[in-house]
Design a protein around this ligand. Structure first.
Ligand code: ZN
Length: 352
C-alpha cells in the first residue's frame, strides 16, 4: 500500500466521536496488519460512548472503540504467522502477556497483565486498519461472509460460557436475557447437546426473536419467585442449568430460583450493580453451584469459527443494522437508543 494515513473513529468523551486521519499503523515483530471490514458494537462500546466509562474502566484520553472486528490480512511484521495476503480473519481482541502461569495454562482471559482492544487507553478496531498479534487472528473459511466474522467474538463468549457450565447431554437449560450474547449462548447450548433450551427476557420483541429461532421462551416476570415460597425447596423438575446473560441482578436470582436442587448457575453477563441479594443459605441447602465466565480462553475462538461455519447456529441473523465508518456516531446512537436492535455493525471499509 502506498498510503500513509487511514481513517479511525476516535472517542474524545461522552457522545463525542470524531472521524480522524491517523498514521497508517505499521506491524511490528509478530504482528499482522488487518484491513478492517466489519466491527460489531457491544455493550462496553456503548457504555464508553454514553458515559465515558465502563465499570471501573474510565476514558481518560482519546481512544478508538470497537473490539469485535473481522477483516483481511494485508501485511505482516517480522516473524509473524504467514497468512496469505487477503486471508479473511476474525480478530481476537485480547492481548494477554503470554508468559504468566495463567497464560501458559491457556486461561489467558485471566492474565493480570493483559489488555483488550478498545478498552481505554488501548485503541480498538473502529478504523480502516489495525495491527494485531499474529497469534490472535483466526482465519475464516473462504465461504464465510466477512460480516459473520465480526460475530465470532461474541460467539466465543458463548462457547466459553457453555464450556464453563459443564453442560451435560439432555440438560434442561434456561438462558436469562435474550440480547445478542443470550441468543448465542442458547444456540451454542442447543448445539452442545442440551435437551431443551428456554430463553427469558422482559422485552417481548427479544422473546419473539428467540422464538423465531426455535427456542422456547418465557416472560422474565413469570420467573420471579413467589415470596411466600422463598424458603421452600427448589422444584425437583426445575432447570439443570441457568446461564444469566442479562447482567441484571434480579434476573440472575430468578434464574437461580428456577433451578432444580443440585443445579448450576453461570454468570455470563457483567453484573451492572453489586449483587447483594443472592439467596446463599437457600442455595447451600439445594447444593446449587455458582460458576462465573469471563470473555474466552484457549480454543474458544477456533471453536466459534467452526461452529459458525458448520451452519448449526445462525449468528448472522443477529445483525439488525449496518453503518459505514463515517456514520459511526449514528451507529452508536442507534444501538444505544433503539431497543429493537440486537447487533449493530460498522463497516470501516479498509482496502486490500
Ligand atoms: Zn499472562
Amino acid at each position: 500500500m502506498d498510503r500513509t494515513t487511514h481513517r479511525a473513529a476516535v472517542l474524545h468523551g461522552p457522545k463525542d466521536l470524531r472521524i480522524e486521519d491517523r498514521p497508517l499503523p505499521e506491524p511490528t515483530a509478530g504482528e499482522v496488519l488487518v484491513a478492517v471490514r466489519a466491527v460489531g458494537l457491544r455493550g462496553s462500546d456503548l457504555h464508553y460512548y454514553a458515559h465515558g466509562e465502563n465499570g471501573p474502566n474510565v476514558l481518560r484520553q482519546p481512544t478508538v472503540p470497537g473490539h469485535e472486528p473481522a477483516g483481511v490480512v494485508v501485511g505482516r511484521g517480522a516473524g509473524a504467522v504467514d497468512l496469505p495476503h487477503g486471508t479473511a480473519v476474525a480478530v481476537e481482541p485480547a492481548h494477554p502477556c503470554g508468559r504468566c502461569a495463567l497464560c501458559r495454562a491457556g486461561r489467558y482471559n485471566l492474565c493480570p497483565l493483559g489488555t483488550c482492544f478498545g478498552s481505554p487507553p488501548t485503541d480498538g478496531a473502529l478504523a480502516e486498519y489495525v495491527c494485531v498479534p499474529g497469534d490472535f487472528v483466526h482465519p475464516l473459511p473462504a465461504t464465510m461472509d466477512i460480516r459473520l466474522g465480526a460475530l465470532v467474538e461474541p460467539l466465543a463468549v458463548a462457547v466459553h460460557a457453555v464450556r464453563r457450565s459443564g453442560l451435560q447431554p439432555g440438560a434442561r437449560v434456561l438462558v436469562t436475557g435474550a440480547g445478542p450474547i443470550g441468543v448465542l449462548v442458547a444456540q451454542v447450548a442447543a448445539a452442545s447437546g442440551a435437551g431443551s433450551v428456554t430463553v427469558s427476557d422482559v422485552a417481548a420483541a427479544r422473546r419473539e426473536f428467540a422464538a423465531r429461532h426455535g427456542m422456547a421462551t418465557v416472560d422474565a416476570a413469570d420467573l420471579t419467585p413467589d415470596p411466600e415460597r422463598a424458603h421452600a425447596l427448589a422444584d425437583p423438575d426445575g432447570y439443570d442449568l441457568v446461564l444469566d446473560c442479562s447482567g441484571v441482578g434480579p434476573a440472575l436470582v430468578s434464574g437461580i430460583r428456577a433451578l432444580r436442587p443440585g443445579g448450576t448457575a453461570v454468570v455470563v453477563g457483567n453484573p451492572n450493580r453489586p449483587l447483594t441479594d443472592l439467596p446463599l443459605a437457600w442455595m447451600q441447602r439445594q447444593e446449587l453451584s455458582l460458576v462465573t465466565s469471563f470473555r474466552y480462553a484457549a480454543g474458544d475462538f477456533p471453536a466459534a469459527v467452526r461452529l459458525a461455519a458448520s451452519g448449526r447456529i445462525q449468528p448472522a441473523e443477529l445483525v439488525t443494522a449496518v453503518f459505514p465508518l463515517e456514520r459511526a456516531a449514528e451507529a452508536l446512537d442507534t444501538a444505544l437508543t433503539d431497543r429493537t436492535q440486537l447487533k449493530v455493525l460498522i463497516e470501516p471499509g479498509g482496502e486490500v
